[in-house]
Design a protein around this ligand. Structure first.
Ligand code: NAD
Length: 458
């Protein structure tokens, strides 16, 4: 790694931003269209890279990465003009005559650091927002998703303005070097530990951060639910990408009496989705690398495995697995699983789920499967989470009108759709006064009568 290369890249982007070229809405739209073209022109290459990195099937790769991004770009292109417009707000009587509005302005040069599990989406969705808002950006894809990072480094310069967008590949050394520079915003996706490193480095420059972190996402399944549909949705959201999804359900809480039918229904869905032997299914993913494989395999030691449990180190394969009631001090309950092991915790009464969830760090996502609207209200009003999915898993990600981000230990800030545009914008407050009616009440010399009048007005 060349320290001066990174410095030159950042300086170049900052110089570009200061020319004002990225402020032009037509220019932003052109860059967004180019990004879409890049994805469509090289769809086959990206799908192959995702297959190599994570054994992602074409359908999964399309829905959660390429297609997701194409629709994100289309949504941004469609709404950019209205997002970028001045946002009028009301003006109180004592500031009349006048007009008040918020004027979105780009922040400058931003840094986007991605994680490996959705290696295209997690770098390019923030980029879509950064471009739409008129920023220059450095992209730092995860070094663990090797092939996808290579393709991003190859194609981004061919499609986007190189003076405004740069890709820096590499690992800790390169990211550490990048973090020494004064960016105008950093959006980081990844684990909590590195999130703290990023935030510490950002503090040196008073750079604002968006931290898209993880954690253990709970899933409450109440016995009133539609068992078959719930099992399908839980299995889909858990074993997509072999469980390596930040918003995958980490543990399910159910009543003891509901355990047997629930596990039977889940097992049936696993068989339907991936056949009796998931290692032979073209639609089932693999663990990203040997380190994560070893971490996940170790979780299974001394556990009550209800379903699955087979592993194959040579192929980094871990079967869809269900584990019952691991002890509270086991690594499985202490750490985010981030793999294809679903924990089931049984309780006497489903209402016990609420204090249990509240005894843990605030999750990125919380799921509830129920037909009981009273219980739904209780869960919503007595727990905290970045997002909540009621009767489905992860589908809130597909709605660009919902912001995506964590709360507490699961992160800060949010993006997607207009929320992404706002994350990478400063909403500048503007008040424009008229020269008419220049009432002298606020000017010295002050008097009791002026003060009395002001007290009435304010
Ligand atoms: P990772 O190992 O790919 O790391 C993320 C990024 O941090 C990479 O670009 C990497 O180069 C960089 N990095 C690693 N070590 C660093 C260091 N010491 N200094 C500076 N930069 C460093 O990803 P990960 O951390 O394994 O990601 C998994 C976690 O991310 C899970 O907790 C998961 O829940 C979370 N996640 C969150 C989201 C979200 O959108 N909220 C999405 C995906 C993953």
């Amino acid at each position: 790694m060349q320290t001066d290369t990174i410095a030159n890249q950042v300086n170049q982007l900052q110089a570009t931003f200061s020319t004002g070229v990225t402020r032009d809405i037509k220019w932003r739209l052109a860059q967004l269209k180019q990004l879409k073209l890049m994805l469509l022109d090289h769809e086959a290459a990206f799908l192959a890279a995702l297959k190599t990195d994570l054994n992602k099937s074409e359908q999964e790769a399309w829905t959660s990465e390429l297609g997701f991004l194409v629709s994100d770009i289309d949504h941004s292109i469609k709404h950019l003009n209205s997002w970028a417009k001045a946002r009028k707000v009301s003006t109180p009587m004592f500031v009349q005559p006048g007009k008040s509005y918020l004027l979105p302005e780009p922040l400058g040069t931003v840094l986007i650091i991605g994680a490996w599990n959705y290696p295209l989406q997690l770098v390019l969705a923030p980029l879509v927002a950064a471009i739409a808002a008129g920023n220059c950006a450095v992209l730092k894809p995860s070094e663990l998703s090797v092939k996808t990072a290579e393709l991003l480094a190859l194609y981004i310069p061919q499609y986007l303005d190189k003076l405004a967008y740069q890709v820096v590949t590499g690992a800790v050394v390169e990211t550490t070097e990048l973090l020494k520079h004064a960016f105008d915003h950093i959006l980081y996706t990844g684990g909590e530990g590195v999130g703290k490193i990023v935030m510490r480095a950002a503090a040196e420059h008073l750079t604002p951060v968006t931290l898209e972190l993880g954690g253990k996402c709970p899933c409450i399944v109440d016995s009133t639910t539609d068992l078959s549909v719930s099992a399908a949705r839980i299995a889909w959201s858990k074993w997509m990408n072999a469980g390596q999804t930040c918003v995958a359900p980490d543990y399910v809480i159910i009543e003891k009496a509901f355990l047997s039918p629930f596990v039977a229904a889940l097992k049936q869905k696993i068989n339907e989705f991936y056949s009796a032997d998931a290692s032979q299914s073209a639609d089932y993913g693999r663990i990203i690398n040997a380190r994560h494989f070893a971490r996940l395999s170790a979780y299974l030691q001394d556990q009550d495995v209800l379903v699955g449990g087979n592993v194959d180190a040579d192929n980094k394969y871990i079967e869809p697995t269900i584990v019952l009631n691991p002890s509270a001090d086991s690594p499985l309950m202490q750490e985010e699983v981030f793999g294809p092991i679903l924990i089931i915790l049984t309780v006497e009464n489903i209402h016990d789920a609420i204090p249990f969830i509240n005894s843990k760090a605030k999750p990125l996502a919380l799921y509830l499967y129920t037909k009981n609207t009273h219980f739904e209200h209780q869960v919503l009003s007595h727990t905290s989470a970045g997002s909540v999915g009621i009767n489905d898993g992860m589908m809130f990600m597909a709605n660009p009108n919902l912001p995506f981000g964590g709360v507490g230990n699961s992160g800060m800030g949010a993006y997607h759709g207009k929320f992404g545009f706002d994350t990478f914008s400063h909403l500048k407050s503007v008040l424009k006064r008229s020269f008419l009616f220049d009432v002298a009440l606020r000017y010295p010399p002050f008097s009791q009568s002026k003060l009395k009048m002001l007290k009435k007005l304010l």
